[in-house]
Design a protein around this ligand. Structure first.
Ligand code: AMP
Ligand code: ZN
Length: 473
């Protein structure tokens, strides 16, 4: 398979360190808020990569951290720890919000058929590893203590800019990270490994360290958690493009300085999902989450289908029109698949040939759009329905868009005397119908109004792929 490697800026033939085995590391979410659907685009494309590697016969180990400390916002001088910001916003403790948003993240992942990684490690569980690595970096002369904080000295590594291919000066323009306006640093691109001189006196989580009570910087987390679970060599490191600098650049610098050799061979970066105004945000404009899409009647898997239609290395613009279109295409496709007749003989050699073709197509730098085309090719093929179903189930282990739905067993017909509907039930049903029409006409305000009105009356609407049902308190 071929994969684009940000480090070499070329499409490379993928070759793991150990034959047949792949170790993958993914920068996990900062659990201070819900993930937006842009974050989830990145995790979804990483999920396809993982599943594709397994499909191609590799034994994969995927590790993900949970950032629950140390990730600073970059809003200039007001930059503060994102976790602390979240805790203040919700008047809860950092650990409470970490637990809540970690669970919310994995619930969203489940809705999008994103497999749970083999190892999930919260940063707050690895403080000893961070301290050990920072001590090692100081011993080797790559880190220094200045004015209370421990910094990594970027001037000590020869190819600090290898991942970006740009000079530090070019990259630092507009970047306000770590301790902003910090005069203690030796070089502008030096970054904090351990904070003690926090300007956030109310920082909740702090630990003892050889340099005083403090907390780790964000970049050291991923290096240490990867090394803890994958050892000294890593095959693939994943993340969104915004992570290339400074996060991944700093991860490489400190990991290789600590280990004394090359650390990770392939860097896989997913481009951003933007909304029509530009950058996707959790605080400005519409906060696009999976739950929001669901509340507007979308199937989360239709969003997955929408993402798979585009290449992961291209920016993708989200609009409801584009999602409507993908949704309609997806539904039509499912109807065609539903009409296939189950049972009968499967042509195993055709299934194998189809698999080989799929590996070749998608294996050319994760071309998921060709993966979608493969679905149509299967449906058009001159083979039995049973063979088509077998092929679809097979490729869906990678695409994960629920192509073959289990047919409901035919239940014996039971004739029941239905009680006449109450006036309240009739009103609810009329409103559900009106809400459906409102959504069709993109009048989401009216649709939400109806949902809220019913909620006040103790009626909860549940949107399913088959339509809207309700429960009464
Ligand atoms: P965070 O929770 O901020 O650490 O981000 C989680 C993941 O989402 C990281 O891999 C980011 O690079 C990625 N990411 C952030 N914004 C976007 C976006 N608009 N589109 C796609 N991925 C994103
Ligand atoms: Zn990371």
């Amino acid at each position: 398979m071929k994969i684009y490697n940000t480090l070499t800026r070329t499409l490379e033939e993928f070759k793991p360190i150990e034959d047949g085995k792949v170790q993958m590391y993914t920068c996990g979410p900062t659990v201070y808020h819900f993930a937006h659907i842009g974050n989830l685009r990145t995790y979804m494309m990483e999920d396809v990569l993982e599943k594709f590697l397994r499909y191609s016969g590799y034994d994969v180990k995927r590790v993900m951290n949970i950032t629950d400390v140390g990730h600073l916002t970059s809003d200039g001088d007001t930059g503060e720890d994102k976790m602390l910001k979240g805790a203040k916003r919700e008047k809860k403790t950092v650990l409470e919000i970490a637990e809540f948003y970690k669970n919310a993240f994995f619930a969203d992942c489940a809705k999008l058929n994103i497999k749970t990684p083999d190892v999930i490690e919260p940063a707050t569980q690895c403080i000893d590893e961070f301290i050990k690595t920072i001590e090692g970096l100081i011993e080797k002369g790559y880190a220094y203590l200045a004015d209370g904080n421990v910094y990594f000295d970027t001037s000590k590594v020869a190819d600090y800019n290898a991942l970006t291919g740009h000079s530090s000066e070019e990259l630092m323009v507009g970047v306000r990270e770590d301790v902003t306006e910090d005069t203690s640093k030796r070089n502008k691109s030096d970054f904090v490994l351990w904070f003690t001189k926090s300007k956030f006196d109310d920082q909740e989580l702090k630990w003892n360290s050889p340099w005083g009570i403090g907390y780790p910087g964000w970049h050291i987390e991923c290096s240490c958690i990867s090394m803890k679970h994958c050892g000294e060599y890593l095959d693939i490191h994943c993340g969104g493009v915004d992570n290339i600098f400074p996060h991944h650049t700093n991860e490489i610098a400190q990991s290789e300085a600590y280990l004394g050799h090359k650390w990770c061979n392939y860097w896989f970066h997913v481009h951003h999902l933007n909304d029509e105004t530009g950058k996707m945000s959790k605080s400005k404009g519409e906060f696009l989450t999976v739950s929001l899409l669901e509340s507007k009647g979308y199937d989360p898997i239709a969003y997955r289908f929408f993402c798979l239609q585009s290449h992961y290395r291209k920016p993708l613009v989200f609009s409801y029109e584009a999602l409507d279109q993908a949704s309609a295409t997806y539904k039509k496709l499912l109807r065609r698949i539903d009409n296939l007749k189950d049972g009968g003989d499967v042509d195993a050699s055709y299934v194998q040939a189809n698999r080989d073709k799929f590996i070749k197509a998608v294996g050319s730098d994760m071309n998921t759009a060709l993966g979608i085309t493969a679905i149509y090719d299967i449906l058009k093929a001159q083979v039995s329905d049973a063979t088509k179903i077998a092929c679809l189930k097979d490729i869906d282990t990678v695409l994960s868009v629920n192509l073959v739905r289990e047919k409901a067993p035919e239940a014996p017909v039971e004739i029941k005397e239905e009680a006449p509907k109450t006036e309240f039930e009739l009103e609810i049903e009329a409103l559900i119908l009106e809400r459906k029409e409102a959504k069709k006409a993109k009048n989401y305000a009216r649709a939400d109004e109806i949902r809220n009105y019913l909620k006040e009356k103790g009626v909860t609407l549940v949107d399913t792929a088959q339509g809207t049902t309700y429960t009464i308190e």
